[in-house]
Design a binder for this molecule. Structure first.
Ligand code: URA
Length: 451
C-alpha cells in the first residue's frame, strides 16, 4: 500500500545514485503506479535508473512479487498433479508450445498455458491458435479451471486480471527504451507465469539473430535470473538455452505453423523442431513427476506421438475450445493465401547463415505479425523455409515459399529474403540447437547435438 510518507522522488533518486531499494519501497512504487497515483514521467525516470544501474536479486524478486500480486493469482491446488508450463523468450518459427502442450497433458501432467500475442518479429502462440477457425482463447477463470480439470490442458490468452502492473509497465518500457534490461525482462515474464497456477516451469531462452537476446552470454544471464526467481517463489524451474540462428522447423506464420505442428503430432516434422520440442516436453514430464529424469521424459514424449495419444489430446482440446477439428484432421482443406511465390537462389553455394530477424520481419510484412498493437494478423500469411544452414543450393532452386494476401509486398520481401541468406563456397560449421541447461545448481553445457 502506498503510505502517506511515500516519496517517489526520493526512490527515483536512490535508484539513480546506484543504491538498492527495499522490498517495501518497490511494493509501494508498483502499487501506487497501478492505482494511477504516480504519473508515467516519474515511472519512466525510475525505469531508466533501474535500466542503467541494474537491480539486485532481492529487488528483482520484490518487483516480480509486486507485479504478480497486482492482479489475480490463479489457484489450481484442487487439481491433482504437479502443474507445469513452458515459456519461451520468443523466436521465429517457434511452434513448440502447440506440440508439447498436448504431449505433456497426454503423459498425465496438467498444463495450464497462458500465452501471448506475437511481439515484433517473433510469433505468438495466441495468434497461431486463433488461426484455427472457431478456437477461443478468451475465457472466464471458471471456464479456464473447468477445461484443465477435464483435459489436463488449457490454452488461454492473457487477461486483464493477470499481472496488470506488468501490462502497464511493459507498454511504458516499450516507448522509453527500457525493455532490454535483464531484471525488468525477468520480472515481467515471471510475474505472468507465476500467476497461472503452476507448480513448476520450463523455460526456453533463445539467443541468436532471431531472438531478443542476440548474445549467448546475455541469454545465460537472463536464464539464471529467471530460474532464480522461479525457485525463490517455490516453483522448480529449469531453463534450456536454444539457438535462434535460424528459424525453428520449416514454417513461419500462424496457420502454416499450426499445420507443421499437426505434422509433428502425427509422427513427422523437422529434426531441429522435434529435438527442442521433445527436450522441453521431457523436462516438463519429469518436473510433473511422471518420469525419473528429463531424458526419460523425452522418451515418453516421443512415445506419446507414436502411440497417438498426443494427437488425440490435441483434437480434444481444439474441440473443447470451440475450434474446427476437421481442419486439424484434414489440414489440406484450409484455404491457402491468394498469392504463393517461390523465391529461388541466384547462385550456387552452401547456406552458411540466415538472418533470422529478417525472416521474422518478412513474415510480419506478409501479414503474419503486427506493426501496431491494433492490427490483426492474417492467419494464412507466412513463409515455408526449404533450405537451412549447411544445405547446398544450386542456382534456381527454391529457398523459401511466400504465402500472402498482399501482392504489393512481394517484390521487396523477395529481395529481403534473398539478402537474409548468406551463401559460401565451403560448408559452414553445424549449428548447436541446444547449448546449455540452467537450473538451481547452475549453468551446465548440454551434450552438443548439431543439426
Ligand atoms: N516478454 C515479456 O513478457 N516481458 C518482457 O519484458 C520481455 C519479453
Amino acid at each position: 500500500m502506498a503510505s502517506s510518507s511515500f516519496n517517489v522522488v526520493s526512490l527515483i533518486r536512490k535508484k539513480r545514485d546506484g543504491n538498492s531499494l527495499t522490498e517495501s519501497e518497490i511494493e509501494q512504487l508498483i502499487d501506487a503506479y497501478t492505482k494511477d497515483l504516480i504519473p508515467d514521467y516519474q515511472m519512466s525516470a525510475f525505469l531508466m535508473a533501474a535500466f542503467l544501474n541494474g537491480m539486485n536479486a532481492g529487488e528483482t524478486a520484490a518487483l516480480t512479487n509486486s507485479m504478480l500480486n497486482s492482479g489475480i493469482v490463479v489457484d489450481l491446488s484442487h487439481i491433482d498433479g504437479i502443474k507445469v508450463d513452458k515459456h519461451s523468450t520468443g523466436g521465429v518459427g517457434d511452434k513448440t508450445s502447440l506440440i508439447l502442450a498436448p504431449i505433456v497433458a497426454a503423459c498425465g501432467v496438467p498444463v495450464p498455458m497462458i500465452s501471448g500475442r506475437g511481439l515484433g518479429h517473433s510469433g505468438g502462440t495466441l495468434d497461431k491458435l486463433q488461426s484455427i477457425p472457431g478456437f477461443r482463447v478468451d475465457m472466464k477463470l471458471s471456464r479456464y479451471k473447468e477445461i484443465i480439470e477435464k483435459h489436463n490442458l488449457v490454452l488461454a490468452g492473457q487477461t486483464e486480471e493477470i499481472a496488470p502492473a506488468d501490462k502497464r509497465l511493459y507498454a511504458l518500457r516499450d516507448v522509453t527504451a527500457t525493455v532490454e534490461a535483464i531484471p525488468l525482462i525477468a520480472s515481467s515474464i515471471m510475474s505472468k507465469k507465476l500467476a497461472e497456477g503452476i507448480d513448476a516451469l520450463v523455460l526456453d531462452i533463445k539467443f541468436g539473430s532471431g531472438a531478443f537476446m542476440k548474445d549467448q552470454n546475455d541469454a545465460i544471464r537472463l536464464a539464471e535470473t529467471l530460474v532464480q526467481i522461479g525457485e525463490q517463489f517455490g516453483k522448480q524451474t529449469v531453463g534450456w538455452l536454444t539457438s535462434m540462428e535460424q528459424p525453428l522447423g520449416n514454417a513461419v506464420g500462424n496457420w502454416l505453423e499450426v499445420k507443421e505442428s499437426i505434422e509433428c503430432l502425427r509422427g513427422g516434422g523437422a529434426e531441429d523442431l522435434l529435438e527442442v520440442t521433445h527436450l522441453l516436453a521431457g523436462t516438463m514430464i519429469w518436473l510433473g513427476g511422471k518420469a525419473g529424469t528429463a531424458e526419460e521424459g523425452t522418451e515418453l514424449s516421443r512415445q506419446a506421438i507414436s502411440n497417438g495419444t498426443a494427437f488425440q489430446k490435441w483434437l480434444d482440446i481444439v474441440e473443447e475450445q470451440g475450434g474446427d477439428s476437421s481442419v486439424i484432421l484434414n489440414p489440406e482443406t484450409y484455404p491457402d493465401a491468394k498469392f504463393i511465390e517461390n523465391i529461388t537462389s541466384g547462385q550456387d553455394g552452401y547456406v552458411s547463415g540466415i538472418d533470422t530477424y529478417s525472416i521474422g520481419m518478412a513474415a510480419l510484412e506478409l501479414g503474419a505479425g503486427r506493426k501496431t498493437k491494433e492490427e490483426t494478423t492474417d492467419p494464412q500469411a507466412g513463409l515455408l523455409i526449404h533450405r537451412k544452414t549447411g544445405d547446398y543450393l544450386k542456382k534456381g532452386e527454391t529457398i523459401v515459399t511466400l504465402y500472402t494476401n498482399k501482392k504489393e509486398e512481394i517484390p521487396e520481401i523477395t529481395e529481403n529474403i534473398r539478402q537474409a541468406y548468406t551463401l559460401t563456397e565451403s560448408s559452414p560449421d553445424p549449428i548447436d540447437v541446444i547449448t546449455h541447461r540452467v537450473d538451481k545448481e547452475g549453468v551446465h553445457e548440454y551434450r552438443p547435438k548439431s543439426l
